[in-house]
Structure formats: C-alpha cells, structure tokens
Design a protein around this ligand. Structure first.
Ligand code: RNT
Ligand code: ZN
Length: 423
C-alpha cells in the first residue's frame, strides 16, 4: 500500500476513536452520507446556455459572469464534463436538467411541444450511472419571455403557451422518474415581475395562481413526478415586484400540496435560510433546497463550506428531514473551470452534511433540554476542531477518489486534453 494511503487509514483510525469518545459512530455517519444524493445542476456546465441554438440572451433576471474557456457546446460535451466531475465526487447523485437542454436532433421544437423522447439520451445516460433525475421547465431565454412575463403574462395566449410548457415538462419529469425508478422533482421558477413602482400587484398574482392551477391540473403519479415551486425576493430588472415571492409560493405549496423550493440566494442577505426548513416542513411534506451562495446579491457563486451551508445541513440532519428535503445545487460561475465548480460545490455540500452527521447530537440535545446552554455552546465550539477531515479523506479513498489536491490535477489534465480544444 502506498504511504499516502496508509497515512489516510491511520488518521481515520485515530479520528474514529476520537469520535467514539464523544459517542459518535463514524461508520454510521458515513453510511448515511453515502445515501444522500445531491442534484447536480446541468446549467453550471454551459452558463445556463442550453442547446436550442436560438441565439436568445439569458435575461429574465439571470446573469452569468466570466468567460473561462471551454464551456460545453453540445449535450455530448456536457455529459462528458459531468462524467469528469462525478468521477471526483463520492457517492451516487442526481442530474438536474432544464428543459432548454432538450436534444431535438436539429429539429426546431418549441417549448410547448417538448416530449420525453427529446430527453431520452439524458435518461439513458443517467440510467447507466444509476442516477436519478430532476427537471425544470425553462421560463427564460425565449422570445415569449422577452418582456419578463410568462405564467402571469397579461396576454392569455402567452400564458397558455407557458402553461402548456409546464404540462409538457411534468410529463417529461414523470417519464424520467418512471424510467429511473426514482421520483423526479420538477421545479417551476418564473421571472415575472416589474423593475419599478407597480400599481397592480393583485392581478398578476391572481393570474399566476390560475396558470399554476391549470398547469398542475393533469394528475401525475407522485411516484414518478413531484411538482415544486420556487420563489424569489428580486431579480435583475424585477427589483420592485416579483409576482412569485415567497409568501405566494408558501401559501400555494401548502394549499396545493406541492414541494416548496428554498433557494438560499433568494432571500434578504441577513436572513437565516436554514431556519425556514423546520418552519415550512411543519406545513408542506417536502422541500427542495437550491443551495447557492449569494455574495451581496443572488449572485449564484459556487457553494463553499460556509456557515450558512453548514447550518442548512445541520437543520436537515438535526430535524431528521433527510427523507423530506431534496438537496440540489444552483450556481453558475463562468470565471473558473466549470467542471471544478461542480466538484467544489458538490463536495462542499457533502462536507457540510458529513459535519452535521458527525455532531455529538445526543449530548447537545441533552444539554439543551437541561438548560445547560454553557455546555451546549462549548461543545459546539469543540466539535469544530474534531478530525472530520480524516473521515472525509477516508471516504474519498474508500470510493477510489484522489485524496487532497490531486483532483485538481485531474481537472487540469481534462482541461488540457478536452476543454482547451473547444473553440
Ligand atoms: C432563478 C432560480 C432558478 C434558476 C435555474 C436556472 O433565480 O434560482 O432556480 O437559477 O432554474
Ligand atoms: Zn434556484
């Protein structure tokens, strides 16, 4: 056995003993971690471009900054890049696809006419990797979304077009769920809103409710597809009024029994997003987390092991919500290697979950119940410097993934061999 591997094993044995001293079963934590899928968002790989080749700008309040070379230009390239990223991430995960990543064989198929067949190659790819899939109707980068309005559009015909798109996507989601043996979460986010002082806020919200109800009318087996709705605080160009704000969708999700999506970049910067989980989950069955990192605004920076991400993981684990919270990523950074962005973001989310699973939870609960907040605070601080890194390294090694910074070299080689050849 090479020395480096031996070092990892030895460090792990010591770490395991150290955690056992405080009543934490490391093997059990790793076993749990290995069963948590993270839904990797396809759109990090090509700056939310999609493959419709319509020449349409992103717009709709979404913005990707950076021009790092080598973004995927075709679905095959995107799948190749995802293969590379997934090989450097421990565990079995999911793919989160947008409708604009359809493969129509060069034929122009408008969004309201999309069918499962247009996603068959994605489904086959996921199946071969034993991955589940999640899905999203695409309510942007389209001529009928150019004015920033979709499901709440004042024009009935345009609303109907987007309702039809939503219905088509729910059916595609169900086909994905059925083919892959795992329910697909189909998440609806729309950009609709106003830049400045808005007189009629009621009309658009009534139209949105009506459109959503029409779109969710066809019954689809929740075994195959779950509908989710995602709100937002503001977008670029919709700073004053966002039709689908959080109160709107929380009410909608509760009354219509939908999955409530919480994107960590979609709140006021000082709001503690993790605190929303146990609030919302008292009233909805499931939550979809879009884990993102807002820097000053909803800037969709690569997820890191930051306090807020740790708190999200802790809330999911402490609250016993692992089976009711779908964890997905939502960021788009075009200023660094895009494959590395997936690897950094997904691994950071997994590390946050590992740290949460390694908490001396029984002791912490006991201190809290006894009113011993001194010990609670002290033990939480102690836990921060426990040898979780050795447990993480062991997890990587047991999955055949390079430990330490070697994964960066693997990405750099891929950049030299593959990405740099894309012009
Ligand atoms: C936008 C939402 C939404 C998108 C993706 C591309 O503010 O967060 O989830 O990021 O659908
Ligand atoms: Zn999101």
């Amino acid at each position: 056995m090479p020395d480096a591997n031996k070092n990892v094993d030895q460090a792990f044995a010591l770490a395991k003993a150290r955690y056992a001293e405080i009543g934490v079963d490391v093997e059990k934590a790793l076993e749990k971690l290995s069963r948590i899928p993270i839904s990797l968002h396809c759109w990090q790989g090509d700056d939310v471009g999609g493959f419709e080749n319509s020449g349409q700008e992103l717009g709709s309040g979404l913005a990707v900054t950076g021009n790092y070379p080598g973004k995927a230009r075709t679905a095959d390239e995107l799948r190749g890049d995802l293969d590379k990223a997934l090989a450097l991430i421990p565990g079995t995960h999911r793919l989160n696809l947008h409708a604009s990543y359809a493969e129509t064989g060069g034929k122009k198929v408008d969004r309201d006419a999309l069918e499962p067949a247009h996603f068959q190659r994605w489904i086959d790819w996921a199946k071969a990797k034993k991955m589940g899939m999640d899905f999203n109707p695409t309510y942007f980068s389209h001529p009928k979304a150019d004015d920033g309005w979709t499901l709440a559009h004042p024009d009935k015909a345009i609303r109907q077009f987007w309702i039809d798109h939503g219905v088509a996507c729910r059916e595609i989601g169900a086909a994905m769920g059925e083919a892959l043996g795992s329910p697909c979460v189909t998440n609806v986010w729309i950009p609709d809103g106003m830049k400045d002082q808005t007189i009629d806020r009621r009309g658009p919200r009534e139209r949105l409710t009506e459109s959503l109800d029409a779109m969710f009318k066809p019954e689809i087996d929740p075994k195959h597809n779950r509908d989710a709705v995602e709100g937002k605080l503001f977008g670029i160009g919709s700073e004053t009024f966002v039709v689908g704000m959080h109160e709107f969708y929380l009410g909608y999700a509760i009354t219509r029994k939908k999955v409530y999506t919480i994107d960590s970049g979609h709140y006021h910067p000082t709001e503690v997003v993790a605190d929303k989980l146990s609030s919302a989950l008292g009233f909805v069955d499931e939550v979809l987390m879009h884990v993102s990192r807002g820097v000053r605004w909803d800037s969709d920076h690569v997820v890191l092991l930051t306090d807020d991400v740790e708190l999200i993981a802790q809330e999911i684990v402490r609250g016993n919500y692992l089976d009711r919270v779908h964890i997905g990523l939502d960021f788009f950074d075009a200023s660094i290697n895009r494959v590395a962005a997936w690897v950094i973001g997904t691994r950071s989310m997994l590390k946050a979950l590992l740290l949460a699973l390694l908490e001396p939870i029984d002791a912490l609960r006991k201190y809290e119940a006894e009113g011993d907040y001194t010990s609670r605070l002290a033990v939480l601080e102690e836990a921060k410097t426990l040898p979780a890194g050795a447990v993480w390294d062991h997890y990587l090694q047991s999955e055949g993934i390079p430990v330490g910074r070697d994964w960066i070299d693997a990405v750099k080689r891929y950049e030299a061999d593959v990405l740099s050849k894309r012009k």
